[in-house]
Ligand binder design. Structure first.
Ligand SMILES: Cc1cc2nc3c(=O)[nH]c(=O)nc-3n(C[C@H](O)[C@H](O)[C@H](O)COP(=O)(O)OP(=O)(O)OC[C@H]3O[C@@H](n4cnc5c(N)ncnc54)[C@H](O)[C@@H]3O)c2cc1C
Length: 604
């Protein structure tokens, strides 16, 4: 049972955690391991436990548009992307986005985490990161049969954790995985050497956050809430929307101190007190809102709303970085008609039959997303063209520096991004096999499709997210500045052209009949740019809006994740990531929380 309002309202806990998403539940559960420590967690969404729409895989995006599960953010019209307004759904439920995500379990390259440390964050080495990432996992190695069937190239036992609470295992593989992987190999993409231990470059099969026997989703709710829900010192309250942090009045020139948190539950306003710390884990899109409504943020943003600035921190809501992708969709040759997940959407009777087989025998509902390739630009564009693009970008950055257009923070970040590009250590470009038509308008009864993404992981464009009003229920203004830096558009163009060429590479060539999206009319660079702008989708991996950086580099939190200018407020979620990673983000969100828990306990 989740907590009731009387368990929380007016009570005092050692720690109050805002948002019980991926990171929030993880850090809260770890802190409550000590029975003498009390922890309350406030979550705006509902519990939604034992819900097949969350638990059963292969229902990608089915929760979107339903306020029971999903926040429906929209961006501002993007000036540098045909004025497009993009939809950015996120998880609003116990487990947050880990309860509606696409299950892929990947980890960043070593070089990406080392970059965090180089940006002034001592203690955030790749070695520590991987050690703590293993603490989360209960890894189930693939069976020999699965290895043979899915062509899993790499399995290194020492790369994984086996005693953690989150079951990680390989989903069933679609009939398209091996042709995809072999075609990539034939197109010059190597097999990844150590994908879950810092060297993900190349093609690989990745496991999923998924139970190997029950076949159901594993999430922060299954790993960190359910096993600990009966702890007397651990109270999780759903349907509790946090308005702001209550700050103790403090004299001038001293750090501000949180006294508790104000939240709304069933139309009533309540306060819960924190005797030690308030921990914000509201996710990259809402953590800045909580800070700003509490008087912590950029004075120039807060003053027009009449909010008194308690801590002037210009970095709050800035430095936003997002992964994005587009899909190239092909029709499958007729013998593979029932192998695409499209049929689950176009034939309800067949979907029912498959659902009846779920957890038994073979079912399309057992299939996950797993074949992926993280690649440097040179694989996509060719050595000479990649070098030319990188040198052009270097010159552009230099011009921006000389014109005084780049903050010191961005200068430091871009230096590291350019170094990675020049050393071919940048996993900018990602190809993912999606065993269905990833654009709903393409899906039709009687047609079976497969998609390959062209994804951008390490953008140069930086966005912002700030409050729209003083009403905590108003969604913040999301402005990702999509393609503002044209290098991002050029990288995605190169990746798309590479993906398109795969249609002529065996064995992929033999399993598809024709490209249905964007289709043969899209040929010139101008056409491709338009298709990228129109068809772009968030990869739901936003980072950076409360960056862990030195304060003089517009940082919001220090390396212990404490908000500058405060005595007892921390941020523990992906918003602390100062420079984005070439990886999907759930493993990183859990790992940040595991590290934070030990920092708070004083273990590290
Ligand atoms: C559709 C989708 C697919 C994805 N697929 C993958 C994948 O395949 N692999 C992968 O590694 N990653 C994936 N991700 C990303 C990954 O799940 C997230 O990065 C990760 O879960 C962490 O998310 P977050 O930090 O943004 O916070 P979230 O997990 O979104 O959590 C924020 C929580 O805070 C709550 N909250 C917000 N504001 C308030 C407030 N004011 N008061 C109280 N509570 C509040 C929210 O309801 C939510 O529960 C996906 C994400 C989505 C949405």
């Amino acid at each position: 049972m989740t907590a009731s309002i009387s368990d929380v309202s007016g009570q005092t806990f050692d720690y109050v955690v805002i948002g019980e998403k991926t990171s929030g539940l993880t850090v809260a559960a770890r802190l409550s391991e000590d029975p003498n420590v009390t922890v309350a967690v406030l979550e705006a969404g509902s519990a939604n436990l034992d819900d097949p729409l969350i638990d059963v895989p292969a229902q990608f995006g089915k929760q979107f548009g339903n306020p029971k599960y999903s926040w429906e953010y929209s961006t501002l019209p993007q000036k540098t992307a045909n004025d497009k307004v993009y939809k950015w759904p996120r998880g609003k439920t116990l487990g947050g986005s880990s309860a509606i995500n696409y299950f892929m379990w990947t980890k960043p390259p070593t070089v990406d985490i080392d970059a965090w440390e180089k940006l002034g964050n001592s203690g955030w080495s790749a070695a520590r990161f991987f050690e703590y990432s293993r603490k989360v996992e209960k890894f189930h190695p693939p069976t020999d049969e699965a290895v043979a069937k899915a062509n899993l190239q790499v399995f290194r036992p020492e790369a994984h954790g086996y005693d953690g609470p989150l079951d990680i295992s390989f989903p069933a593989a679609s009939a398209m995985e091996i042709p995809f992987q072999k075609a990539l190999a034939n197109a010059g993409v190597k097999v990844a050497k150590d994908p879950l231990n810092g060297d993900p470059f190349g093609v690989t099969m990745v496991p999923n956050s998924h139970h190997p026997v029950k076949r159901t989703r594993t999430s922060a709710a299954t790993a960190f809430y359910l096993p600990n829900k009966d702890r007397e010192n651990f109270k999780v309250l759903p349907d509790a929307h946090v308005n702001r942090i209550v700050i103790k009045s403090s004299g001038n020139n001293s750090d501000v101190e949180a006294e508790g948190v104000e939240f709304e539950h069933q139309g009533q306003i309540h306060i819960v007190k924190a005797s030690k710390e308030v921990i914000i884990s509201a996710g990259t899109l809402q953590t800045p809102q909580v800070l700003e409504l509490s008087g912590i943020g950029d004075k120039r943003i807060l003053e027009p709303f009449g909010i008194k600035t308690l801590v002037d921190l210009p970095g709050v809501g800035a430095n936003m970085q997002e992964h994005s992708f587009v899909s190239l969709i092909s029709e499958l040759e007729p013998s593979l008609t029932n192998k695409s997940l499209d049929i689950l959407r176009t034939d309800p009777d067949y979907a029912k039959e498959q659902l009846a087989l779920f957890g038994k025998g073979e079912s399309l509902f057992h299939i996950g997303l797993s074949s992926t390739a993280f690649e440097p630009l040179k694989t996509m564009a060719g050595e000479a063209s990649a070098q030319e693009m990188i040198q052009r970008q270097k010159a552009r950055v230099q011009t921006q520096i000389e014109s005084g257009l780049l903050s010191k923070s961005l200068q430091e970040q871009y230096k590291l991004q350019l170094e990675k590009l020049e050393n071919n250590q940048s996993g900018d470009c990602e190809l993912i096999l999606i065993p269905f038509g990833a654009v709903p308008s393409v899906v039709q009864k009687g047609r079976s499709c497969v998609s390959i993404t062209s994804a951008l992981n390490l953008p140069f464009s930086r966005g912002t997210i700030h409050i729209k009003s003083t009403n905590p229920r108003d969604q913040p203004i999301v402005d990702p500045h999509t393609f503002e830096d044209t290098f991002d558009l050029d990288v995605m163009t190169a990746t798309f052209k590479f993906v398109r060429k795969l249609s002529d590479v065996e064995p992929w060539k033999s399993i598809i009949t024709k490209e249905v999206f964007p289709g043969p009319s899209v040929q010139s660079d101008e056409d491709i740019h338009n298709y990228l702008k129109e068809g772009l989708v968030t990869t739901y991996h936003t980072a950076g809006t409360a960056s862990m950086l030195p304060r003089e580099l517009d940082g919001v939190v220090d390396p212990k994740l404490r908000v500058y200018g405060t005595k007892n407020i921390r941020v523990v979620d992906l918003s602390i990531v100062p420079l984005h990673i070439a990886s999907h983000t759930q493993a990183t969100a859990y790992t940040i929380a595991e590290i934070a828990a030990d920092m708070i306990k004083g273990v590290i």
